[in-house]
Design a protein around this ligand. Structure first.
Ligand code: PHE
Length: 344
């Protein structure tokens, strides 16, 4: 019995020292495995209880329990202490140095053609127009025939396209959306804008691209005249380019409108005085428009004796180029971040 008690005292001192000397989590775990695990002496010694007399058992039992309790408590305290020290240490080491230069992420911006498209659409939405999209792949019938451009019509030359088959092509303008909307509305009044991509087999140069974006406008009602068209476009131009801009209508030709006009806006650079930007004319051509041709109305089921309307086609890149002074249309499609970054 005496030797058992001495053994306990010895273990208490030994393990207490070990725990006190430990300075890392790793050391502490080694101590636990060696001295406090189920197989460690401090625990296996419990089996001695069986061989003792009742009096001895009570003395030894109390002693071993208090020793064990003390050691476990000590271990727990030390463990917490080391955890806290480790954390402080880690926090000190990982402190963020706010004076260091940050990592440089480059982000682009929304392509100006989309910015301008949305801006144009919003102006027309405010005027009560509905937005409808046509299709990129169109049939010859919608792209040309219903737009009053029959086979072998010379104006087809200006709109060569990319063909999938003899009758299926990438649309050359958004005008076929006019026919699709009229077909859908069947005699109701119409006030729509139709944005979308167009394609032409053009040589790419500073002002042309084989792919571009247009916004088609179509208004069909009764007693609609050129004055309505002019007022609408004047309002649009002033909202887009500022209240000082003036428009003028120049006689033109499109097979699907009669009369047809080219709309020009007074040059913002020189205020209409004449400068290199407007090629010294004081005005810049910005879109094509006209009164819907009676044959176009008729082909799409609107009686031209009752209905009349106007249509316009806005080249979005052209507006974007004027708006942001972009010198070359190809920049819009090259996706160069240095270019796109400027449009945040
Ligand atoms: N579709 C014509 C073009 O692409 C533009 C236009 C649309 C002209 C509507 C008049 C009316 O050139």
């Amino acid at each position: 019995m005496k030797e058992h008690l001495e053994k306990l005292d010895h273990l208490l001192k030994l393990i207490t020292n070990k725990i006190e000397e430990a300075i890392s989590k790793k050391q502490l775990i080694e101590i636990r495995n060696a001295y406090l695990s189920k197989k460690a002496e401090i625990n296996t010694m419990l089996s001695i209880l069986k061989s003792l007399t009742p009096e001895e058992r009570s003395v030894f039992g109390q002693k071993i329990n208090s020793v064990r309790e003390h050691l476990f408590q000590l271990y727990e305290q030390k463990s917490n202490l080391i955890d806290r020290a480790d954390l402080t240490d880690k926090l000190n080491k990982e402190q963020i140095d706010l004076s260091l230069p940050s990592v440089n992420y480059t982000s682009g911006g929304v392509n100006p053609v989309f910015l301008v498209r949305d801006e144009i659409l919003n102006i027309f939405i405010e005027m009560g127009y509905e937005v409808k999209e046509g299709r990129d792949v169109e049939s010859d019938y919608y792209n040309f025939e219903l737009m009053n451009i029959p086979k072998n019509h010379p104006s087809r030359d200006m709109q060569d396209s990319f063909y999938f088959s003899e009758s299926l092509l990438l649309r050359t303008h958004t005008s076929p959306a006019q026919a699709r909307v009229m077909e859908e509305k069947k005699g109701e009044l119409i006030k729509v804008v139709c944005p979308g991509k167009c394609y032409r087999r053009d040589n790419d140069d500073m002002t042309h691209s084989h792919q571009f974006m247009q916004i088609e406008g179509l208004l069909v009602g009764q007693n609609i005249n050129l004055g309505h068209l002019k007022a609408t476009l004047d309002l649009f131009i002033k909202k887009m380019f500022g209240p000082k801009r003036e428009i003028r209508l120049v006689s033109s030709y499109f097979p699907f409108t009669e009369p047809s006009v080219e709309v020009e806006v007074s040059c913002a650079e020189c205020d209409g005085q004449g400068c290199p930007t407007c090629k010294h004319t004081g005005y810049i051509e910005i879109l094509g428009a006209g009164m819907v041709h009676p044959d176009v109305l008729k082909m799409s089921g609107y009686d031209p004796e009752i209905y009349s309307g106007f249509a316009f086609g806005i080249g979005v890149e052209r507006v974007a180029m004027l708006r942001y002074q972009i010198d070359d249309i190809r920049r819009i499609y090259q996706n160069d971040v240095r270019f796109l970054k400027q449009f945040k």
